[in-house]
Design a protein around this ligand. Structure first.
Ligand code: UDP
Length: 337
């Protein structure tokens, strides 16, 4: 079976994708610098996978370290997760976002080229669509970034398009994620943000477990059914399986693809809170506060292409997303530490 290098392998999506790839029979080499993740993930992956994970501690910005990794392992393809992802922080620290997200992508591709590896799955985001011209977003919707983080993803997409155009041996899957939530159903791995969570679900689970007093709902007067923001939440294990499907497509069809990974339906903040209360049996006190600057009122995916091209669709519903997020948080109230 092919061997896949996962950059950012210890992170939230990386760790779940690691398990999904192993279940599908792939060999995995994980790489992470733990700049935004915990080494304890590796113990959990060992327990869940039944073997010691093959792991390299390095930054994707370190060319010499990447050369070492490609020399020690016979890599067939790269799934590139390693990146910073906080919108607010990206505005305050643009250079570190460009260095890690854009510079790290370039150095990873350069190392790949030096070692003759030309197949990559790239973590992109629905944020590259910018203000909706129409909904749901399909893959031909115009692109526009709304902040530094979004620009790093948009530039990353473009760099890979230029690379693919320069050498047709390159095959790339541009995966545009919607809003991943949930956790592996074992409750042993999950999302563990450092500091105050920026995203809705980890904030909700921290309220449920007593680490935060109440949820702030950012805006109650949007033009949506209940006035709160609408997003396309998808289970992180579905997202992980989407990477397996994309990788198989690249390796078997030898064709690049740009694909949304979402469920195709929208859920409001208050609907998510209600679903979480049902799943957990815990009340989630909340207060409606000002809109968060830069937030869009609503967006969700047209998920047709993923089904037609990759044979992938999200299988787990909102109740499963909430139940699995809660299992992870309730059994690991302070995350991995
Ligand atoms: N949100 C909220 N309170 C929070 C975090 C998020 O009301 O503490 C809302 C946010 O305004 C948006 C939705 O939840 O409508 C999803 O936000 P998230 O940051 O998780 O994802 P993104 O905005 O990047 O799609």
């Amino acid at each position: 079976m092919p061997t896949v290098l996962l950059t950012g392998a210890a992170g939230y999506i990386g760790s779940h994708t690691w398990l999904a790839l192993q279940s599908a029979g792939f060999e995995v080499v994980g790489l992470d610098d733990f700049s935004n993740s915990s080494a304890r993930v590796l113990d959990r992956l060992k327990e869940l996978g039944g073997r010691t994970p093959v792991f390299e501690r390095a930054s994707v910005t370190d060319a010499a370290a990447l050369d070492g990794v490609f020399s020690r392992h016979r890599i067939d393809a790269v799934v590139h997760f390693a990146a910073f992802k906080a919108v607010g922080e990206s505005t305050a620290q643009p250079l570190s976002y460009y260095a890690n997200n854009v510079g790290g992508l370039v150095s990873t591709c350069e190392a790949m080229r030096r070692h003759g590896v030309k197949t990559m799955v790239f973590s992109s985001s629905a944020t590259v669509y910018g203000e909706p011209k129409y909904l749901p977003y399909d893959e031909v919707h115009p692109l526009a970034a709304m902040n530094v983080y979004g620009r790093t993803k948009l530039f990353g997409e473009q760099i890979l398009r230029d690379l693919e155009a320069s050498d047709p041996a390159w095959k790339v899957a541009w995966l545009r994620y919607f809003n991943p939530v949930g956790a592996h159903e074992s409750g042993r791995i999950g999302e563990d943000p450092r500091g105050t969570p920026n995203n809705l679900m980890p904030y909700v689970t921290q309220v449920a477990v007593g680490r935060r007093e109440f949820l702030q709902v950012f805006g109650g007067d949007y033009d949506t059914p209940d006035g709160t923001g609408v997003r396309d939440y998808l289970h992180v294990m579905d997202l992980a399986e989407g990477h397996v499907a994309a990788l198989r497509h690249l390796l078997e069809q030898r064709a690049s693809a740009t694909v949304n990974l979402g469920t195709g339906s929208g859920t409001s903040v208050l609907q998510l809170v209600a679903a979480f209360e049902r799943a957990s049996g815990r009340p989630i006190p909340y207060r409606i506060v000002e809109r968060r600057p830069g937030d869009l009122p609503a967006f969700w995916a047209d998920a047709t292409l993923a089904r037609e091209l990759l044979g992938w669709q999200a299988r787990r519903d909102l109740a499963a997303m909430c139940a699995d997020s809660w299992r992870w948080q309730s059994r690991n109230p302070t995350g991995y530490d």
